[in-house]
Design a protein around this ligand. Structure first.
Ligand SMILES: [Zn+2]
Ligand SMILES: [Zn+2]
Length: 340
């Protein structure tokens, strides 16, 4: 079987690997059909991931068809269309015991610490796979995992009915956050330099779109909220200065969401957090969100078709990476297809 392997930083190849087999009685064997390319896959390829180990089969947004099941598998059946949850946690540490296995002290992520979904077949325990409806196209289903991340972020942000939610950045993460925040009743403002992405944001329900090349977004947010500021600010750009802006524009008793992996320092005075009694919260991966997001997909409540901009055969991974590196303004989400 074929797999996309990052041998070391900046060296990616399609390799032949031994066919995977069911190893444990609760495993299922999946024929991968589609998998989205995430920013973190690109980081692993570039050698800028703080956590990845090489060589690695990347990919964690994978969906496929179940073609074999172990003898202890009870819910999943042959032929089921499934999505695989990427995180593997210990169950013992403080985070795990606090019902937050996504922050496990020894967390392993498929496609990062262990091999992931950019391969023709995949084996996972039944508890890590979730079945979705047959009528959902593979390339849209590959968006289930990104929406679980957005579900997590908006849950951590405690988005409530009528909250003003300011999302900085309208890339795939910002756009999925927008949809989840709308479902939770937020009034959503989103900013980006890319007009195409702002158009998509408008189509999927943004109440206000802001282009910082034409306005001062913070002033606009103040105007929109009658001087209050946003109740929830989600920084999906993750630069030192966007984090500073998020702290500045958030209202009293508001929440600021931090998603970045940068080591660069932001300049933030304690006073700005204390005075407004802000909650500054991190969010990484997701906890127990697949069930909810699969249900939303089954009910056709989300718009993955608006976010997937390119569907590319996995054998053309170089072409996909080339688009991400050289024409980021022309793409949104790229999904690799693994069907023959
Ligand atoms: Zn991802
Ligand atoms: Zn743990």
């Amino acid at each position: 079987m074929k797999a996309i392997e990052v041998k070391e930083a900046k060296k990616i190849e399609i390799v032949e690997r031994p066919m995977l087999k069911i190893e444990n009685k609760d495993d299922v064997l999946i024929k991968i059909k589609a998998a989205g390319i995430c920013g973190s896959d690109v980081h692993i390829y570039h050698g800028t991931s703080p956590v990845a180990v090489y060589p690695r089969v990347i990919g964690h947004e994978m969906v496929g068809e179940v073609i074999e099941i172990g003898e202890n598998v009870t819910q999943i059946k042959l032929g089921d269309k499934v999505v695989v949850e990427p995180i593997i946690s210990c169950g013992e540490c403080y985070a795990c015991k606090s019902n937050r296995p996504n922050a496990c002290s020894t967390l392993k992520v498929r496609g990062c610490h262990v091999d992931g979904g950019f391969q023709e077949y995949f084996v996972a325990p039944e508890k890590a796979v979730f079945k979705f409806n047959d009528d959902i196209p593979w390339e849209h289903a590959a968006m289930i995992e990104p929406y679980t991340i957005a579900d997590q972020i908006t849950w951590r942000a405690d988005v409530r009915q009528g909250d003003y939610v300011f999302i900085i950045g309208a890339g795939p993460i910002g756009l999925t956050i927008l949809e989840m925040a709308k479902l939770k009743g937020g009034i959503c403002i989103i900013s980006d330099f890319n007009e195409k992405r702002l158009d998509v944001a408008k189509e999927i329900g943004a109440d206000y779109i802001l282009n910082p090349s034409r306005c001062n977004p913070l002033e606009e947010v103040r105007k929109i909220t009658n001087g209050m500021g946003s109740n929830v600010t989600i920084d999906a750009v993750c630069l030192p200065q966007t984090f500073e802006q998020a702290i500045e524009i958030t209202s009293v008793a508001g929440r600021v969401m931090c998603l970045g992996f940068t080591n660069e320092v932001s300049k933030i005075a304690q006073l700005s957090i204390t005075l407004k009694e802000l909650d500054v919260r991190g969010s990484r991966h997701q906890t127990f969100k697949f069930k909810n997001v699969v249900e939303l997909f089954n009910q056709n409540k989300l718009s993955p078709e608006k976010l997937v901009s390119n569907i590319i055969d996995y054998r053309n991974i170089d072409e996909a990476l080339n688009l991400i590196e050289n024409k980021p303004e022309e793409i949104c989400k790229i999904v690799l297809k693994f069907e023959d």
